[in-house]
Ligand binder design. Structure first.
Ligand SMILES: [Cu+2]
Length: 774
């Protein structure tokens, strides 16, 4: 059949490209032939130009994404990794059941594969479906180390679905590209840099708020001590589909896509290999039929669109409705800044409707109502679960365009001024009605074709996790603890682990479990779907459960790469497991893993102004901050001063930081003479070498109050705020303290590392200057 030819052609094209690397061996074992399928993967530094600049990336066998690996259930996989990098690496087989030592998590299931070393992963393929593989070392996944991993069903499998599993299938892997070094991206996120928001046009400043008629919303938002938030953290220069910004006819897969004719059906095996991007999937040729998720079959369900969470996989079937037309299959990242796509069929291009821009201030208004003043989200219990009501949907103009019209008829509709139950139900009704013509997939629509119930008499271990974090310092945690603050969670072979997860943070998190599929308990009861990634939206509560049937140490983590690296992880460890030969000193190794997710991040900033230099530098991790500020005049009359603080952030929102400090300042008398502070104490601001004890506390409107007692008994209280978002690129700031010092400033951000600034300082007067930051 035509379809089969295409399938074969696809594999042959790949095979031809990698003939030197692919060996297929057959070993007879008694009556049954057990097939060993071997791939050799050469991991090497490379230079790429995805977005106008030549940048470092990592290619495997010379390509990004990594080659698609295909196995059939029953095969034995033998994958030989040749590390030609100057750093350690690893490969994780996402969604696979395999012996723990093959799972590919450095310091948890193996040691890193050192440079110029070879490591062989070997495991039997005991499942089927669409999966993917990626590096689990550092941020390597962001710069090319992701690829499709396709496990075919055996033809005689009783679960083989005629009309679905025999369709021509095309692996599709989504990803993103940034021209910034990912280490720098990570650092900028931790330093609350505005730069990504500026690039995306999502600063949500006061000027923009006033223009949008949302001044009160913005004020309320800052009163609740929230920074402007986005649906995604990182600005990307390009979004990629199979490693291209859009389909290119030269690529063999896309060439195959061109051959489809009217009436043909194609199965797209889609993996989201992005490091931090969710994608909306839409199709110009009509409905999308979802047939599998995370490598597990589901009862076919027709939708107009679906969102694929970071690291999820979906198999979808699309139909080519008419002759001589190329239909766009569009993947739009959740922040909708750009998109990437494929064409299916050939001829006149039929485009999918682009998704309209997000309404950020509507989202901000909703967040204001959903967040309590202590930084906790309103807990809706099980009323919000399984993506059934997308809390961000107020930001989607294509949904609330109609809802907005309804709002005028009935002012209660869509209003969430009180997050009470009745209002939520109104909102739900409004949402349902408005979107009735757009069917969006949610987890409640996923139904397994077979019962997924777990053994009835097994003991149950109940766990509850609250997803926590704060945007201001980019801390992401479970129960306000990062990996470095927790031990492994012990579980027993044979028990059922049931986990209730509540997302008490402002972002959605795709939580991934290694080595197991879990049931996501939904309205389908015994037919609840099996998954290995649970995307959970703010304020949702979901329940998952799995049978502990595969011993080892298994990672459970948020799959947003920068959240994982911030410590949003746990390890499930089977009690009394056999030792792992690849990890002789497990305790030491676990400490390395913990360290990796609580790294120190550096930032520095200096303002070279006409009246002096002022600046700061800081090292920070999850809880600690080591920082020094300075103000250096150009002569003795202006004076010199430095303040150093070592502090520890307390509490989930980290609004409170007690610190010890050291102040040094010198200024030649003359300008202010000896003075008294507001408490009547003799001012030491002309000459001071003092140790101090103090605390900083973030007040509503994000003003930081600081109180300090010096070792001579002097007291200083100070109020300050930097980075008041006046407009898209203008930032205001002020400082006032009980030594009768004050400062007021205004800066304009030119680029990631540079700005111009003017300020008036009570000691140093008016200054203009260039501000550089790292
Ligand atoms: Cu996360």
């Amino acid at each position: 059949m035509k379809f089969k030819n295409i399938q074969m052609k696809i594999s042959r094209n790949i095979a031809v490209k990698f003939i030197p690397f692919v060996f297929v061996l057959f070993c007879a074992q008694g009556l049954f032939a057990q097939k060993v399928v071997r791939y050799d993967l050469y991991v090497k530094d490379t230079l790429v130009n995805f977005a106008g600049k030549e940048k470092r990336a990592i290619a495997v066998n010379g390509q990004i994404p990594m080659p698609t690996l295909t196995f059939t259930e029953g095969d034995t996989a033998e994958i030989v990794v040749h590390n030609q990098l100057k750093e350690g690496t690893s490969l994780h087989w996402h969604g696979l059941y395999l012996p723990n030592k093959e799972d590919g998590v450095p310091f948890l299931t193996q040691m890193p594969i050192e440079p110029n070393k070879t490591h062989t992963y070997r495991f039997p393929i005991i499942q089927n479906g669409t999966h993917w593989y990626h590096s689990h070392s550092g941020l390597q996944e962001q710069i090319g180390m992701y690829g499709s991993l396709i496990l075919l069903k055996k033809k005689n499998d009783p679960k083989f679905r005629k009309g679905i599993d025999d369709l021509p299938a095309v692996p599709v892997i989504l990803s993103e590209w940034t021209n910034y070094n990912p280490e720098n991206v990570h650092r900028l996120l931790h330093n609350a840099s505005d730069w990504f928001a500026i690039k995306k046009g999502t600063t949500q400043s006061y000027a923009e708020a006033i223009r949008a008629g949302h001044f009160k919303t913005k004020l309320n938002n800052e009163w609740k001590r929230m920074l402007a938030m986005d649906v995604s953290d990182v600005y990307y220069d390009k979004f990629l589909i199979n490693g291209k910004n859009e389909s290119q006819v030269s690529a063999p897969l896309e060439n195959a896509l061109k051959t489809f004719k009217a009436g043909d059906k194609v199965c797209l095996r889609i993996s989201n290999g992005g490091a931090s991007s969710y994608f909306w999937l839409t199709y110009a040729g009509g409905k999308i039929t979802v047939v599998a998720n995370d490598g597990n079959d589901v009862m076919p369900v027709d939708v107009d669109r679906l969102i694929i969470g970071v690291s999820e996989t979906y198999d979808v079937v699309v139909t080519i409705p008419a002759e001589n037309t190329a239909y766009q299959f569009l993947a739009t990242p959740e922040d909708r800044t750009k998109s990437t796509w494929l064409y299916i069929g050939s001829g006149v291009k039929q485009l999918a409707n682009p998704l309209p821009k997000l309404q950020y201030f509507e989202g901000m208004k909703m967040m204001n109502n959903m967040m309590k003043t202590n930084g906790e989200m309103v807990d809706m219990g099980m009323k919000m679960s399984l993506q059934k009501m997308d809390m961000n949907s107020v930001m989607y103009p294509e949904i609330n365009g109609k809802a907005a019209a309804m709002k005028m008829d009935d002012p209660n509709e869509m209003e969430m001024d009180n997050p009470k139950e009745d209002n939520m139900q109104n909102a739900h009704a409004g949402h349902k009605m408005a979107s009735s013509d757009i069917v969006t997939l949610n987890y409640n629509m996923l139904k397994s074709p077979f019962k997924t119930t777990l053994p009835k008499n097994a003991p149950v271990k109940e766990l509850r996790f609250e997803l926590t974090g704060n945007m201001n310092r980019y801390v992401w945690s479970l129960d306000n603890k990062v990996l470095s603050e927790t031990d492994k969670i012990l579980i027993k072979k044979g028990e059922i682990v049931r986990i209730t997860i509540y997302n008490n943070s402002m972002m959605r998190h795709p939580m991934h479990l290694h080595g197991h599929d879990f049931r996501v308990i939904n309205e389908n009861g015994e037919y609840s779907p099996l998954k290995n990634v649970l995307d959970i939206m703010p304020m949702e509560t979901d329940v998952i459960e799995f049978e502990a049937n595969l011993e080892g140490d298994w990672f459970f983590h948020c799959h947003i790469l920068y959240h994982m690296m911030a410590g949003m992880n746990r390890v499930f460890s089977y009690q009394d497991q056999a030792p792992n030969p690849l990890l002789p000193d497990k305790e030491w190794a676990y400490k390395q893993l913990q360290k990796e997710s609580n790294a120190l991040h550096f930032m520095a900033q200096n303002d070279f102004a006409t009246n002096g230099n002022d600046g700061e530098m800081m090292f920070q991790n999850t809880r600690w901050s080591f920082g020094t500020e300075w103000r250096l005049g150009y002569n003795d009359m202006d004076g010199y001063e430095t303040e150093t603080h070592i502090g520890r952030y307390i509490g989930r929102m980290q609004w409170f930081m007690p610190f010890i400090g050291f102040d040094w300042r010198y200024r030649k008398l003359g300008r202010n003479e000896v003075d008294k502070n507001l408490f009547g104490q003799k001012s030491t601001k002309d000459s001071r070498t003092q140790l101090s004890l103090g605390m900083a506390y973030t007040l509503p409107m994000l003003v930081v109050a600081q109180a300090e007692v010096y070792h001579d008994g002097n007291v200083r209280v100070q109020l300050a705020r930097e980075d008041i978002p006046v407009s898209k690129r203008l930032r205001g700031g002020f400082m006032v303290n009980t030594d009768k010092e004050y400062m007021i400033g205004l800066g304009y951000i030119i680029n990631k590392n540079m700005g111009v600034r003017t300020h008036y300082d009570s000691d140093m007067g008016l200054g203009f200057g260039l501000s550089l930051n790292y």
